[in-house]
Design a binder for this molecule. Sequence first.
Ligand SMILES: [Zn+2]
Length: 526
Amino acid sequence: MELYDTTLRDGSQKEGVSFSVVDKLKITQRLDELGIDYIEGGWPGSNPKDAEFFERAKDLTLSHAQVAVFGSTRRPRTQAETDGNLVMLADAGVSVATIVGKSSDRQVIQVLETGLDENLSMIADSVHYLRDQGLTVFFDAEHFFDGFKSNADYALRCLAVAAEAGVACLVLCDTNGGALPDEVARAVEAAAKVTAVTLGIHAHNDSGVAVANTLAAVGAGASHVQGTINGYGERCGNADLCSLIPNLKLKMGIDCVTDDQLGRLTEASRFVSEAANLSPDASLPYVGLSAFSHKAGYHVAGLAKWPDAYQHVDPALVGGQLNVVVSELSGKRNIIYKARERGLDLPEQGEEARRLVEQVKTLESRGFQYDNAEASFDLLVHRAKPGYEPPFELVDFMVVIERRRRSPTEEGREETLAEAMVKVRVGSEIMHTVAEGNGPVNALDQALRKALLQSYPSLAAVKLVDYKVRILEESTGTESQVRVLIESSDGTDDWRTVGSSTDIIEASWLALADSLEHWLLKHAGK
Ligand SMILES: [Zn+2]
C-alpha cells in the first residue's frame, strides 16, 4: 500500500491556510517520520513559494519518503517540450511527478474546449516527455468518477493511454467529491479490468464520505491512497490520512506504517494544525482531543472495569490517550502522567499535584494551552514545587510604539519604531534596560536579553525561530483573548512556550519570558 500525502498542495487550498516555506519543510520532515511514501510538495508553476520549496527540499534528509512535484498535462495544441509548466516539473529536482489530466468527456469538451482525441494526446505526450526526463510519473485522472458515469469508455480510454505511455500509477480522482462508496468500488473494478498499472484513489469530502470512498476503492483493488493530514483541503476537504492510516492498519490489517509510526499520528495531526494556525479539530476521528474522551458517569465506570468497553481501539496505538473529562481525580492523574513523561517528578500524594491541577485548569480557561507548549508546562511543574527560585523575575515593562516619517519629503513612507523598557530582578539585583526593535515584541525580546545577558552570557545562543498569534474569540473584536506560541532554539534543542492575555504584548511577553526561563533552568545551573 502506497501512502501519498497532498497536505502541502491540495491541503493548502483550505480557506485560511497559508503555509510558509519553512512550515512546508517541517511538515515534510514530520510526514517522513510518519511513514508516508510520497509527499506532494506543490505546484512550482503556480507560485514562487512552491518553487522555493523544491529548491530548499533538496537539502532535506528524508529517511523514507520521496517528494513529488505536481502539475498538469500540456495545454491543448502545443508541444510538451515547450510547455513551461511541464519543463518546470522536470527541473524541480525530484524524481516523481504527478500530473493531472482530464478523464471526463464533458470536462474536455465544455471546460477544456478541445477534442476528445486531443485530450488523449495531451496525456500521452506529457507522460512521454516527463518519462524521457527520467521521472516516475503518476497520473491524476481528474473527474474520473463523473466521467465514468457519463462516458465510461472514454474515462477508461484515458487510463489506458496514460498506462501505455508508462505511468507508474493511475490515480482515480473524485474531484467534485460527489461519488458514493458503491459507485467508487464499481468504477475501480472496471479500471482494474483494463490495466495492470497500480490504481490510486484521490477523494474529496463534499458528500462526507471521502474516507469511506477511499476504503471502498482499496477494497476494490486500489493500492495507492491519497489524502491530507486532518482532511485539510478545498471546500469540505480531502480524505483524512489521520483516519485512513489507522483504518487501513488497525481495521483492514494492511501494514502501511509501522506501530511506532502509527503512534506518532496524533502528534503529527497537532503539528500540522499548529503550522496551519488553525485550532485542532477536537472531533476528528482517532486524533481529535475528544476522540477518546469520556464524561464522568457510567461510561467511566465501565471503562474502569474493561478499557475497551467504550472505545473502538486503544488510543495509545495512535499516540492518543484516554481522557476522562470533569473528574478531578483523573485530571490529577493526567498531570502526574504528563509530568513523568517530561521527566519531572511529582509526588502523587500531597498539595503539589493538586495545586498544579488547579492552576492548569485556571490557565486553560484563560486561553493557555499546553499541548504544543511543553516548555511552559515544565515551568508550571517547577513553579509548583516549594522553594522554587526562578532565574529572573519581572518587575515591570513598558513599550512605546511610534510611527514616523523617515524624512519630510518621503510622504507615505512611514516606519514603525518600538522601544521597550524592561525591569527584571536577577538574584538581589534589579536590572533596568531599554532596547529598540522593529516591532513591540522584537523590542521586548531585545530589552529582556540585554538585562539577562549580563548575568547569563550563554543565553546569546537562544534564538526565537517562530512566533504565532491566535485570536481565541473572534466575535468579540479587540476584547478577544490572544494566544501567542513561541518556538525557540539554541541550535541543538527547540522548545515551545505559550502566553495568553487580552493584550497581545502581554501574551507575547509571557511566552518570551517562559522561553528564556526554560532554557536558563536547563543550562544556567539553577
Ligand atoms: Zn484534489
